[in-house]
Write a protein that binds this ligand. Structure first.
Ligand code: NDP
Length: 296
């Protein structure tokens, strides 16, 4: 099966690596070509010079870009996806996208007989390396079943959440929870530290209590207490996700003051910490405001 993967970023590259072996024949494209060349030296993948070249002859096309807008922008022009797409192919977008743009992309692709599925993922870079991602899918049943053998290469829990856009919506709500947990635990641990209570001890207690979460059990334990802050998932991308969740709630006329506040606060954090900051570095803004660092 010919698979094309467009977007070899922090999560895209380890996902694509699972497709660089039989029964798949992989072609990759990345905006910065040197990244695709480096990927190809470690794998059997072919490097394409443009999106159109990448998707020519592909049965399945996968994208993993920052937002749905970059995916939509990739469709048009002489080097765009639509210029090379084979009829009856399948387009799987693993970007954490927004439902409305995904529906628009699906409609454009349907004009040339291509089926679309939004399929954002969760599990981080380590989950992608292990091929153990959760994949939240938005498509009709037939498209979902067609996509499943490809998605199984990097996914473990693969769920059809509803029609096109439903995967994006579930992912956005998940990300709102992640952002809120990071912000709330940052506030709590900075306050405990300032009061002279060991944050390592406090986390140990919280992780055996009802307030624990992935953020307390994994992210803060491994990164904040140790002050390592590896850059695996950009704060800018998490802010984008939480903004999508707030918009989704608004569109559905659901009051969502907490999600909206989280989106606003994460935008402040992004502006203060910069475009390259990791999502867990959010704690550094709270530390700066309080004049106190969370030290193990
Ligand atoms: P990165 O910033 O690491 O990579 C982004 C990728 O998109 C790169 O390949 C980049 O190319 C490409 N790109 C950026 N802008 C454009 C553009 N205008 N046109 C074409 N290509 C472009 O992001 P991630 O890999 O971390 O994230 C990708 C998606 O996956 C996002 O939606 C994110 O929210 C989601 N995600 C990320 C996770 C993570 O742990 N990192 C976890 C779960 C979901 P170039 O090399 O040229 O910059």
């Amino acid at each position: 099966m010919n698979v094309s993967f467009l977007g070899l970023g922090a999560i895209g590259a380890p996902m694509a690596r699972h497709l660089a072996k039989p029964p798949f024949s992989l072609t990759v494209w990345n905006r910065t070509k040197s990244r695709a060349d480096a990927f190809a030296t470690e794998t059997a993948a072919r490097v394409a010079g443009s999106p159109a070249d990448a998707v020519r002859g592909a049965n399945v096309v996968i994208t993993c870009l920052p937002t749905s807008h970059e995916v939509e922008a990739l469709l048009d022009g002489p080097d765009g996806v639509l210029a090379g797409l084979a009829p009856q192919s399948l387009f799987i977008d693993c970007t954490s996208g927004d439902p409305a743009t995904s529906r628009r992309i699906a409609a454009r692709l349907a004009e040339s007989g291509t089926a679309f599925m939004d399929a954002p993922v969760s599990g981080g870079v380590s989950g992608a390396q292990q091929g153990a991602l959760t994949v939240m899918c938005g498509a009709d049943e037939a498209t979902f079943e067609r996509a499943r053998p490809v998605v199984e290469a990097f996914g473990k829990k693969i769920v059809r959440c509803g029609p096109v856009g439903a995967g994006d919506a579930v992912k956005a709500v998940n990300q709102a929870l992640l952002g809120i947990h990071i912000w709330a635990l940052s506030e709590g641990l900075v306050a405990l530290s300032k009061a002279g209570i060991s944050p390592r001890l406090a986390l140990d207690v919280i992780n055996a209590s009802s307030g624990r979460s992935n953020v307390s059990q994994n992210l803060f334990t491994e990164r904040v207490i140790t002050r390592t802050f590896p850059r695996t998932f950009k704060l800018a991308l998490m802010e984008k996700d939480v903004t999508i969740a707030a918009e989704f709630a608004r569109e559905n006329r659901v009051p969502s003051p907490l999600t909206q506040s989280a989106a606003d606060l994460l935008r402040v954090a992004r502006q203060a910490l910069g475009e390259d900051a990791d999502h867990v570095e959010t704690v550094k803004l709270l530390e700066e405001w309080a004049g106190c660092e969370v030290q193990g």
